[in-house]
Design a protein. Structure first.
Length: 96
């Protein structure tokens, strides 16, 4: 059996300039505060970024369930898998 949990316990504090010259790859997947009970909602977990993201009104606000937010280093591929096929995916790309 593979043990994943030890691999996810590496945390570092870095300054912004260190990210421009790094060789490590990073991946962030936002979860609710309690991953077992709370939904991922970019408006709650990342309120400073939420105002920059326009979620189109595909459905009434009371039907909103979650907004999964992911950030990855350049050259990392996002493998998407969904429980249903009608989930929208928005991608924003930036370079340093």
């Amino acid at each position: 059996m593979m043990q994943f949990s030890p691999n996810f316990k590496l945390y570092k504090t870095k300054h912004n300039y260190e990210y421009a010259f790094q060789t490590e790859k990073y991946y962030l997947r936002a979860l609710g505060d309690d991953p077992r009970k709370d939904i991922a909602d970019i408006r709650v977990q990342f309120p400073n970024l939420a105002s920059d993201i326009n979620i189109p009104p595909f459905f009434p606000e009371e039907k909103f369930f979650s907004s999964v937010f992911r950030i990855a280093s350049p050259d990392l591929q996002l493998w998407t898998h969904y429980d249903v096929s009608y989930l929208p995916l928005s991608i924003a790309v930036d370079t340093i």
